[in-house]
Design a protein around this ligand. Structure first.
Ligand SMILES: Cc1ncc(COP(=O)(O)O)c(C=O)c1O
Length: 376
């Protein structure tokens, strides 16, 4: 059987990885500044992660959500403490799209309404409601277009108020920092107003922290730069450092009912152990501090690359913008300099999502490679 070809692939076959490096089948070593779409948080094959995971695999890997699994409570407690979100409850699932799907469904249960407000250039995943609130017509099939969604520009609160005043809105969903869209983000003033108008109307505010969460922005969650308290927060990507896991954090004021949400695989033993060991490493290795210190270094050093027009994003969720399209540059970075970077809807922007424990020397390798390739 052939694969159903939905991905344009680079001709690289990784077979081994460690920290911020990946090796292909020819033993070529690549610096990974992309972490497979921002998934690798504590570095590839972190020894503590591998050890905890292997130990669990030798005990029990999976059972469904019909039995007690104390690892889920352990994960919820650790996550609550480390993210300073102890006044939330946790629902576990398997991916980012699934986290958003459940968040939107929950908001619709709560409000009894069905229309969603989302934002221009948003990306929230590829399942039914998640893709409908994603601002990309080409990945929405007719079945997805049945959902009622209004896309508004970021940072225009009057338009949000107009929509909310129609009294048919189930939720507002927004990324902490837009990832796939190209690193745009709401201002602090906008986030604070958004929270206020949602509260006033009793409409849950969903913060999609799937890419921007887990310390990547320099705080545990990107919305924490704006001093707000969303009703619902969605997480995935860095949460499992490569093992599929997602989650929905739900403010304490919302009450659960049996059967309201559910999943077969979500919160299984292996997923929980992966997520617990990620949090252990983020805490013990002080990774959020590292994110901030490497970010400052990055901002300083990138100034020496004169062709860079702008740096967008925060922490280690960065977009380096040029005044030309970067597809060729990305290819040269991979095949000539052996550095992985990412692209986005903004074709002039390189997306940088390295492991949170990357160091300054590794960033310097990237800066020098850019200079050489751009002939500076
Ligand atoms: C902000 C955001 N939300 C949701 C998703 C979907 O996550 P997944 O691919 O795990 O379904 C992504 C994936 O890129 C994302 O960046």
């Amino acid at each position: 059987m052939e694969l159903f070809k939905v991905y344009p692939l680079y001709n690289v076959t990784p077979v081994k990885a460690e920290g911020a490096y990946v090796w292909d089948k020819n033993n070529t070593k690549y610096l990974d500044l992309y972490g497979g779409h921002g998934v690798i948080s504590i570095g590839h094959s972190h020894p503590k992660y591998v050890k905890a995971f292997t130990k669990q695999l030798n005990k029990i890997g999976f059972y469904s959500n019909s039995i007690q699994n104390p690892l889920q409570q352990k994960l919820a407690q650790k996550l609550g403490k480390l993210s300073d979100c102890e006044n939330y409850k946790l629902f576990l699932c398997n991916s980012g799209a699934e986290a958003n799907e459940n968040a939107l469904k929950l908001a619709s249960f709560i409000t009894g309404k069905s229309k969603i407000i989302s934002f221009k250039n948003a990306f929230h995943g590829r399942t039914s409601a998640a893709v409908a609130v994603t601002d990309n017509a080409t990945i929405n099939a007719p079945i997805n277009l049945q959902q009622k969604v209004t896309f508004l520009p970021l940072n225009t609160i009057e338009l949000v108020i107009n929509e909310l005043d129609k009294n048919d809105v189930a939720a507002v969903i927004i990324e902490g920092i837009q990832g796939v869209g190209g690193l745009d983000e709401g201002t602090t003033e906008f986030f604070q107003q958004l929270q206020k108008v949602c509260n006033k109307k009793g409409v849950p505010l969903i913060l999609d922290e799937i890419q921007s969460g887990y310390g990547r922005s320099g705080k545990f969650f990107a919305f924490q730069h704006h001093n707000i308290q969303p009703d619902i927060i969605t997480i995935a990507k860095g949460m499992g450092n490569g093992f599929p896991i997602g989650g929905v954090l739900i403010l304490d004021t919302y009450k659960a009912k049996f059967g309201m949400l559910g999943t077969t695989f979500g919160g299984n033993h292996l997923a929980c152990v992966a997520a617990i060991s990620v949090l252990d490493v983020v805490e013990k290795e002080d990774l959020i501090n590292n994110v901030n210190s490497v970010y400052n270094y990055f901002l300083k050093e990138i100034k020496s690359v004169s062709k860079v027009k702008k740096v967008k994003g925060k922490g280690l969720m960065l977009g380096v913008e040029f005044d030309f399209e970067v597809a060729e540059l990305r290819k040269k970075l991979i095949f000539e300099k052996h550095i992985f970077t990412g692209g986005s809807n903004n074709k002039k922007l390189l997306r940088i999502l390295p492991p949170l424990n990357i160091n300054k020397e590794q960033i310097a390798i990237f800066i020098n490679a850019l200079k050489e390739l751009l002939d500076e």
